[in-house]
Design a binder for this molecule. Structure first.
Ligand code: BJW
Ligand code: ZN
Length: 248
């Protein structure tokens, strides 16, 4: 399905803006992985619609019931193992090859951008395929589907946790700083599949706009940032991004 005729002219103008600019920063959210079969967080079928965020995605929830939290992440890992990158992830990997000043900032923890071939990735909220020890800080890549419970740190014996950022936790300051810099210094900012409700990630689009970037948004529906975008492209990322980036 192609976008409607009005969006077609918007799409053409957005394509031209993108073609002109070498310093491109992209911010992605759960919507980019929806067509791969990964559930989003908010909206219809969203993970937080049927589950308690405080129990599953806060440090207090993990301290109270680590088994419940690990069951949740093992369910997510099982599901993710069956998912692969979709045309939106692949289009961004293609775009990176064309642009010298390309940075991909993602809020997603699913690892699908890397699987698609993207390289310069800033993972704002961590990665679900990695564990972190709260005791000694040891991080480990863990490509297993199901992590047997209780997962204990081989170095200090504490129980490890998913290396993701939960509510109330600070983001990695280095990654956040690089993301802010990439948002300030780009000429074009492309924001894809995020509801723009979670901070500080949601502050990056306004930051890019204030710093003079052209902003393109790709989403199924309007977001709190649609009004500040130069081009709002409404539709599924897996269809729009290949058209925008030139492989459609
Ligand atoms: C499609 C599509 C298709 C669907 N094609 N589009 C300032 C103001 C207000 C609050 C705060 C603030 N600063 C900090 C806060 C508190 C809090 C926060 O933001 N709360 C708000 C919710 C009110 N932030 C934090 O706690 C952050 N930490 C922090 O700031 O530390 C400093 C601090 C500490 C203590 C006190 C104060 C400050 C941490 C946030 C961590 C978020 N973690 C999660 C879980 C990660 C791990 C995991 O996955 O298990 O990250 S929550 C969840 O939301 C996940 C996502 O990355 C994140 C964003 O969601 P996203 O990607 O936008 O997904 P959805 O589902 O919301 O939207 C999907 C979109 O796609 C929709 O728009 C659809 O339409 C669209 N779509 N299909 C195109 N095919
Ligand atoms: Zn440890």
């Amino acid at each position: 399905m192609r976008p409607d005729p009005i969006a077609e002219s918007t799409l053409q103008a957005a394509r031209e803006a993108l073609a002109r600019e070498d310093r491109v920063t992209v911010l992605t959210g759960a919507g980019i992985s929806a067509e791969s079969g990964v559930p989003t967080f908010r909206g219809k079928g969203g993970i937080w619609r049927e589950r308690n965020v405080t129990e599953l995605a806060t440090p207090e929830g993990f301290a109270r019931d680590p088994k419940l939290v690990w069951e949740f992440y093992n369910w997510r890992r099982d599901l993710l193992q069956k998912c692969s990158p979709n045309p939106a992830h692949l289009a961004l990997a293609d775009l990176e090859k064309e642009k010298d000043g390309f940075v991909l900032i993602t809020q997603n923890v699913d690892g699908l951008h890397k699987q698609a071939g993207s390289r310069n990735i800033l993972e704002l909220h961590g990665n679900t395929w990695r564990t972190r020890c709260p005791g000694c800080g040891r991080r480990e890549d863990d490509p297993r589907g199901h992590v047997p419970y209780p997962p204990l740190c081989p170095q200090c014996g504490s129980m490890v946790r998913p290396d993701v950022v939960w509510f109330g936790e600070s983001l990695d300051p280095g990654i956040l700083e690089e993301s802010a810099r990439a948002s300030q210094e780009c000429g074009l900012f492309l924001v894809v599949g995020t509801s723009a409700q979670v901070y500080p990630a949601a502050a990056l689009t306004p930051l890019a706009k204030r710093s003079g970037a052209t902003v393109i948004e790709v989403n199924l529906e309007p977001t709190p940032h649609t009004e500040l975008t130069d081009f709002a492209l409404t539709g599924p990322a897996g269809e729009i991004l290949p058209l925008l980036i030139g492989k459609g």
